[in-house]
Design a protein around this ligand. Structure first.
Ligand code: DX5
Ligand code: ZN
Length: 227
């Protein structure tokens, strides 16, 4: 399984986004953008205008995570603006199949996210509609929260579901991912790792990405040995 690291700009300096993105541009696979509307989650961050501006200033593909109440309305617009991945929350989407299809037809990868308390099994029939499943490893809304180990069995079940399904679907984890927790996530079957504090809270963000990548690789080898 190839390991991908998606640093979250939620922990970056919002007034210097282009500069912060540049700090990880040579080592990261994605730039994770947390869009929060103050309704689906209590926090309020950035939206489409900032994403459009950021796209002009970074070569990194944008991984937009929409924590908003009306993803059906907004998700296709992020894809049309040029985000390479757009993830919507299962809890918020009124018409997930239509929205996921619209994301794809606008040229982006489509992601489906579930909160810690949301089971993944009801979404088994939607796997044909997605390119990535995001299993939240904290309650969404804020950076810097402690990692929820209780979610790891769901990560493993999601990986089993994906394997049974057969198509290449990425499995992302987001929240509390650090040098200490990333190995466990990889061992459970995750292959795309969002990290905010662990990257932009570090003195050397690029070095932190590389360290996280090697820790994830070590964890995923643990998985391979277990099989
Ligand atoms: C939380 C966001 C995360 C956040 C993770 O709701 O979805 O992407 O940036 O931050 P850390 O890595 O600090 O937990
Ligand atoms: Zn996120």
């Amino acid at each position: 399984m190839s390991v991908q690291i998606s640093p979250s700009i939620l922990s970056a300096d919002f007034a210097r986004l282009a500069h912060e993105a540049a700090a990880v541009a040579d080592v990261a696979d994605w730039l994770h953008v947390d869009v929060m509307d103050g309704h689906f989650v209590p926090n309020l961050t950035i939206g489409l205008p900032v994403v459009s501006s950021l796209l002009k200033h970074t070569a990194l593909p944008l991984d937009c995570h929409l924590m908003i109440s009306d993803p059906d309305r907004w998700a296709p617009e992020y894809a049309a603006a040029g985000a390479r991945n757009v993830t919507i929350h299962a809890e918020a989407a009124g018409a997930p199949v239509r929205t996921l299809r619209m994301i794809r037809s606008a040229g982006a990868r489509a992601g489906l996210a579930v909160n810690p308390g949301t089971p993944i099994e009801p979404y088994a029939d939607l796997l044909g509609e997605v390119d990535m499943i995001l299993v939240m490893t904290v309650e969404p809304g804020f950076g810097g929260q402690p990692f929820l180990d209780i979610v790891l069995p769901k990560v493993a079940r999601a990986r089993e579901m994906i394997t049974r399904h057969g198509a290449e679907i990425w499995l992302q984890v987001d929240g509390g991912v650090s040098e200490e927790t990333i190995g466990r996530c990889a061992e459970a079957g995750a292959d795309v790792f969002v990290a905010g504090t662990a990257v932009f809270g570090a003195e050397d963000p690029a070095g932190a990405v590389e360290y996280l990548r090697s820790a994830a690789r070590a964890g995923s080898q643990g998985t391979a040995e277990n099989i």
